[in-house]
Design a protein around this ligand. Sequence first.
Ligand code: HEM
Length: 131
Amino acid sequence: VLALYIARWVHVLTAVLGIGQVTAIAALARVVRYSPNEQGAASLLRKLLVLFNWFLLVSLVTGVLMALLVGPSFERTIWFRASALLVLVVGALAGMMRGALKKNAAQRAERLAWGMVGVVAIMVSLMVLKP
Ligand code: HEM
């Protein structure tokens, strides 16, 4: 169906162009940690995190849409359920990271960012391997 192709297209675009920036977020968090006086970098990082959360929402909506279009067989798989759960984990980590930046806890912010990279890597593996 056309709708399924479109949902899949938007989903993969979001994954690559939107969620792919998670590595840049972690790299920028490292810059913030090593140069605490760079206020510009910290405020840019906070803006990127807001944008990043929107991309997570789009990935969830298009993921669920694909499942609705394909039927119940999808929803019962481990990888689908795990992904739906893990996307919320990534969103929570991003929220915690914003809080850490607000409190100038740069080391904690960087650790959370690398955690996000790890969970996103697991999610992409789930999507591709579909266990
Ligand atoms: C970090 C967020 C996410 C990323 C980076 C991501 C990435 C991807 C990628 C790269 C694919 C294409 C895989 C392939 O065709 O081999 C895909 C497919 C898919 N994803 Fe996601 N995804 C994310 C979140 C989600 C969520 C939250 C759900 C649902 C709860 C979901 C459900 C699906 C479904 C149903 C497919 C289609 C599988 C198929 O038809 O072959 N994704 N995803």
